[in-house]
Design a protein around this ligand. Sequence first.
Ligand SMILES: Nc1ncnc2c1ncn2[C@@H]1O[C@H](COP(=O)(O)OP(=O)(O)O)[C@@H](O)[C@H]1O
Ligand SMILES: [Mg+2]
Ligand SMILES: [Zn+2]
Length: 512
Amino acid sequence: MSYARVLCVGLVGVAGHLVEVEADLSPGLPAVVLTGLPDTALHEARDRVRAAMVNSGQVWPNRRITVNLLPAMLPKHGSAFDLAIACALLAGAGELPLAPMEGVVVLGELGLDGAVRPVRGVLPMVAAAADAGITRVIVPVGNAREAAVVPGVTVGAVDSLHRLVAFIKGQGPLLDRPPVRDTPPPSGPDLADIAGQDLGRHGLEVAAAGGHHLAMIGPPGAGKTMLAERLPSILPPLDDASALEVTALQSIAGVLAADAELVRRPPFQAPHHSASLAALVGGGSGLAMPGAISLAHRGVLFLDEAPEFAYLTLQALRQPLESGRVILARSRGTTEYPAQVQMVIAANPCPCANPAGDQHCQCSAIARRRYLGKLSGPLMDRIDIQIRLQPLGVAQLMTSETPAEPSAEVAARVRRARDAAAARWAAHGWRLNAEVPGPQLRRPPWRLPPKDTKALRAGLERGSLSARGFDRILRLAWSIADLDGRDRPSGSDVDEAAQLRMGEAIDRQAGR
Ligand SMILES: Nc1ncnc2c1ncn2[C@@H]1O[C@H](COP(=O)(O)OP(=O)(O)O)[C@@H](O)[C@H]1O
Ligand SMILES: [Mg+2]
Ligand SMILES: [Zn+2]
């Protein structure tokens, strides 16, 4: 036998594709020709595989070796092909029987010493293999837990090339994957920690129920960051498909813990305002990595101190927020990552950030306008809920007679509200009130009786309310009704919704 073929998987964005690693060994001048990989990766892979084989006690075949990765057109990145290349070489040289590797996908990077190292993206790779009908995979032991998340696949784990060779020869076992953790993963912060702050809590709950983006404006210490961090605690846990997507993105970004299981809690990402564009939307040299907005997919993207972000950075969020995905252009083609996020932004009302509040502010009217004005165009246009928060007084903080409602109780209301909205809009293909286009809510059968929207229409005529603002209030009114378990918003739901729209005032402050 001088030819062998071993299966592997290549990733493009979050999509995996089966890759065949072929090895052909022929008599002739000893040489190694590797094809189907980008140049730099090719040389590195050859050197790693050679060293790993020799240091695992294998003989490097002194023949003319051709290794080819198919399909050639598929862009291939990273080092996950090493182990499959080594297997194909050894089988081609007649050192390994081929039969045990038939239909098995092999993933892993080789160290020079022959150790098998974990690689990024194993979860989506194994999921792609399963989609292609593969039922057995061999992965680095550090990735075994995430690989085992994929249903219908038997996972074998290895820590060294030596162990894999022994296994294929029938001389030793693979490793067991690490035992399943019996303690549940730690849950995040809880709303029970927040005293008072009724408007903030209400805004957060309505945002969760309708999937609305949320902006909180208030002086330092008002509790904006605290509130934002607790949004995931009242969102429904991720369903199977979403959990797989979110876990896969974390796997690709290399932030999934080795003992990780399927991520069920909606993610929360709070990039610092000094974060680079690549850190925020994705990119980097070589393999384009998902950024914070993709790591927040199906969860929360929190922009704290939002006006401190560079204007171009805020602009760059616009398109992903619109389309729910990020497209990263590279010389070797484009990479696409999902990015459906619920955005929360927090801002001080002005650059002086005086903790004592607006009345002590020293900033000029122009400075104040310019500060929030930075947000107005690109982001505020998309944000349904815009509230102003004031810090609690010491007295309120210290003397809370009734304990604050915990997240679990709020989450139960949010879940019922979301179910009601999903059932109502199912025929239109929307799940959340935030997705419903404005005109839809102004037309029968969803139009509200004139008496309930009288104040809004008066605002429209006076010019104190924009048409967009009008639609946003309607959307919020539906979320409020859903939370209260009513099948249509009442006039008081509309009034309540208008309370969550201080944004008209913010837009005016911003001089729009
Ligand atoms: N409503 C509240 N209940 C309990 N603690 C609060 C509340 N508001 C503020 N705090 C306290 O003040 C600190 C600052 O809150 P933070 O969320 O960082 O405010 P902001 O982001 O608006 O500046 C918190 O760490 C917390 O200790
Ligand atoms: Mg803060
Ligand atoms: Zn100020």
